[in-house]
Design a protein around this ligand. Structure first.
Ligand code: ADP
Length: 397
């Protein structure tokens, strides 16, 4: 977008050291715009880019929560606000200035515009390769002011959900970008299927494909579908960028596609110096616990004779060693803590009640239920080869 009358010179001066500005937009709130913005900034930082994240969603600034920054305060230096830094991302959000995350942000029109202007004009970003901007939702005055004040926006990512009602909003967002001459880098469809936390299967929940159809209709790239994954919401609540912990997930792969589209739309890009690749918890070390009775996977988790703790090399997809542990006394809540102490990351079981599964999740252990009664080696071998067939949770109480 070319500079225009609305551009504020001090904003442009401040933004001079920012090489590229990428806007994350959505037609309405709650579709995952901030989630995409946070993970995108994290993906860029991991790829070795000097990344910044600016949250100008002044009504619901959720970035501080999503990155665990609630207790942080931006600094002040030479009359400018200094962003907070986390995992190589410089972050600024209005939320960092609120006394409590529960404080409502109630501003009338001119106050909003002043807040946005001040926010863009008074921040010392330093040298940045990319600034990801979490825009206010919609196509009204607020995102319009943000674009106008920024002077130049190098690209926009439009986030949507699969339903038809969202489709109307995507069209509006794309038209909005076209009017402002902001190149649309692509459309991302979020929450377009459910990833089962137990077996990893993706099931359609909402009607899928809306985002792809509109992208095709309107001649903009479709960047991919991010499934509904409880771990995305959990990571957001826990203040961790999801892609750092789940680098191999479908959502993380789509973030990778978005990063590629940002890079390929940048004629001046020099190859980045990658930071350490995020190694997911399960890649670093993986111990799989299998409840055993009579030498085979026990269908009744809480009443097994012992646990086979099978250590695996996730990269080579090989079993490294197996250790057998006598099961501790059957006592509610004890097993998850006990297995977590032994270093287990995953339990493969025949049946397990919902409450027990929740307790395992609280201890950071993933659970797969409905596995067949094979030897622990056979069950773990099938899991590593991606051919473990799970059926009913045989003991769901
Ligand atoms: P927006 O910025 O569009 O208002 P958010 O990114 O804040 O939306 O997402 C709204 C809520 O939905 C958050 O709690 C977030 O963790 C959750 N969420 C977003 N995308 C997903 C997803 N693919 N799977 C599960 N939860 C998600």
């Amino acid at each position: 977008m070319a500079s225009n009358d609305f551009s504020n010179q001090s904003v442009l001066d401040r933004m001079r050291s920012v090489r590229r500005k990428i806007l994350v937009l959505s037609g309405k709130g709650g579709v995952g715009k901030s989630t995409v913005a946070v993970n995108l900034a994290a993906a860029l930082a991991i790829a070795g880019r000097k990344a910044g994240l600016l949250d100008v969603d002044i009504h619901g600034p959720s970035v501080p929560t999503m990155l665990g920054l609630e207790a942080k305060q931006p600094g002040f230096e030479d009359g400018a606000i200094v962003p907070v830094e986390i995992d190589g991302i410089k972050v600024l959000s209005l939320g960092l200035f609120l006394r409590s995350p529960d404080d409502p942000v109630i501003w009338r029109g001119p106050m909003k515009m002043n807040a946005i202007r001040q926010f863009l004009a008074d921040v010392s970003w330093g040298e940045l390769d990319v600034l990801v901007i979490d825009s206010p939702p919609g196509t009204g005055d607020e995102p319009l002011s943000v674009c106008q004040l920024l002077g130049t926006v190098d690209g926009a990512i439009v986030v949507t959900t699969p339903q038809k009602v969202s489709a109307v909003d995507v069209r509006k967002s794309i038209s909005f970008c076209r009017e402002l001459k902001v190149p649309v880098l692509g459309v991302v469809e979020n929450m377009s299927g459910f990833v089962c936390p137990n077996c990893g299967t993706v099931t359609a929940v909402l009607r899928e494909g809306g985002g792809r159809r509109i992208a095709e209709d309107m001649g903009v790239p479709f960047l991919g579908s991010i499934p509904l994954d409880p771990r995305i919401a959990e990571s957001g609540d826990a203040g961790r960028a999801y892609i750092r912990d789940f680098a191999d997930s479908p959502a993380a792969r789509i973030m990778g596609e978005i990063v590629k589209s940002i890079e390929s739309s940048d004629p001046g890009a020099v190859p980045p110096v990658p930071r350490e690749r995020p190694v997911s918890k399960e890649e670093q070390s993986m111990k799989i616990a299998v409840p055993v009775s009579d030498g085979k996977l026990s269908m009744h988790f809480g009443h097994c004779e012992r646990f086979a703790l099978v250590e695996v090399d996730p990269a080579a997809k090989k079993i490294v060693r197996r250790e057998d542990l006598e099961a501790p006394p059957h006592e509610p809540g004890l097993l998850p803590r006990w297995l977590a102490d032994k270093g287990a990351n995953l339990v493969i079981a025949g049946g397990m009640g919902r409450r027990a599964q929740d307790l395992f999740a609280d201890s950071g252990i993933r659970v797969i239920v409905g596995a067949p009664a094979g030897s622990p080696e056979a069950v773990v071998g099938d899991y590593l080869a991606g051919r473990l067939e799970t059926g009913e949770n045989v003991c769901d109480h």
